[in-house]
Design a protein around this ligand. Structure first.
Ligand SMILES: NC(=O)c1ccc[n+]([C@@H]2O[C@H](COP(=O)([O-])OP(=O)(O)OC[C@H]3O[C@@H](n4cnc5c(N)ncnc54)[C@H](O)[C@@H]3O)[C@@H](O)[C@H]2O)c1
Length: 339
């Protein structure tokens, strides 16, 4: 397939580009290198696959993305302003990249008669609704109880509750993808993703907490835990997500208009405190950490019910938390200077 990956220098985009290029798919990366560090991903990809095309461009510029996406079979739309904290500080930029940018990508796909769009949405579209789910807790973690014990699924409400600017801007993109399918017949699928981690992710205190904790523990830098550290997420290894995206592109007509909740699922949940203990054991050293106030709109627990994507596409995570974390430890250890 001929694939255009917006944000293809970023963590998810470059992991996907690597996976698809290894299978001889034709890849064009469209990225403005907005996120610090991602130019290293581009260098890495081009050293492996000189045929990968790179267009330095911004999804906020509709003419540029429209010209760049002529003739592609599928657009994987991963480009975004990805942090809640930055969206609170600068909601306009967040809106322009995530809402207008996604609109521009869809318009480009419609005008160019592109085969389909695979969209990266987020659990943040559920907003504060998630915090109404009853919880149980142990010494190290919170978990959902009752109806949502298996996790949040596609039917969970998205509206009527507080969202952050990031949650709103991503939700508008999410809704636009679905509407372009119903109104214009543009094939599209929405992935409401929780926490993705892996090599080539430049995690920091604002986004990419698993890699941020790994980097900080290896280098002895201090970690701030906002809240009590019992927050739980289902973590999904980047290569497993790439496999799902390929399946989605191959089946885009069949699944068009669908939303999937995507993550590691209940089996691959971990709390902040549990990750720290795991890292201390694996690395044989103590992490340096302290606690601070909860951050606005933080969800105490979020994990995805992945039954639907499993049933419809036969996909499920293959990489265990332990195996994925060991791979990332290895990568970070060798690439500390890139952070
Ligand atoms: N990583 C996660 O845990 C996670 C969880 C849920 C959703 N998501 C979503 O997945 C997608 C990918 O996330 P990621 O972790 O790879 O983030 P990332 O920051 O590593 O990658 C995003 C890429 O988009 C590029 N970009 C930003 N603004 C752009 C613009 N205006 N024009 C062109 N390129 C632009 C950046 O330079 C970067 O390379 C995003 O849409 C994000 O909202 C990620």
């Amino acid at each position: 397939m001929k694939a255009l990956i917006t944000g293809g220098a970023g963590f998810v985009g470059s992991t996907l580009a690597n996976y698809l290029a290894a299978k001889n798919h034709e890849i064009t990366i469209f990225d403005n290198l907005f996120r610090p560090g991602v130019e290293n991903n581009l260098k890495w990809l081009r050293s492996l696959y000189p045929k990968i095309k790179f267009i330095k461009g911004d999804i906020r510029h509709h003419d540029r993305i429209t010209k760049s996406s002529k003739d592609c079979d599928v657009i994987f739309h991963t480009a975004a302003q990805t942090t809640v904290t930055k969206s609170l500080d600068d909601p306009r930029t967040d809106f322009e990249i995530n809402s207008l940018g996604t609109f521009n990508v869809l318009e480009a796909a419609r005008i160019n008669n592109c085969g389909g769009v695979v969209f990266c949405s987020t659990n943040k579209v559920f907003g504060a609704n998630v915090n109404k789910v009853p919880l149980k807790q142990s010494k190290t973690r919170y978990m959902f109880s009752g109806k949502y014990t298996e996790g949040i699924d596609e039917k969970f409400p998205i509206d009527s509750e507080e969202h952050t600017p990031y949650g709103v801007s991503k939700l508008s993109g999410d809704q636009y993808v679905r509407d372009y399918n119903t109104i214009y017949g543009l094939p599209g699928v929405v992935n409401r993703m929780s926490c993705i981690y892996g090599e080539h992710q430049f995690g920091n205190t604002d986004q990419g907490w698993v890699v941020h904790f790994i980097y900080s523990t290896i280098t002895g830098k201090p970690i701030t835990i906002y809240g009590d550290g019992k927050q739980v997420r289902d973590i999904l290894y980047g290569c497993d997500l790439a496999k799902l995206f390929e399946k989605e592109a191959e089946n885009i007509t069949k699944i068009s208009g669908r939303v999937f909740t995507v993550g590691g699922g209940r089996k691959n949940t971990i709390s902040l405190l549990e990750l720290i203990t795991k890292l201390e054991n694996l690395l044989g050293k103590k992490a340096v950490y302290s606690f601070s106030e909860w951050r606005p709109a933080d969800q105490k627990v979020y994990y995805s019910n992945i039954a639907s994507v499993k049933k419809i596409l036969g996909w499920q995570p293959e990489t265990s938390v332990d195996a994925g974390i060991k791979n990332v430890i290895d990568w970070v250890s060798k690439n500390q200077d890139l952070f």
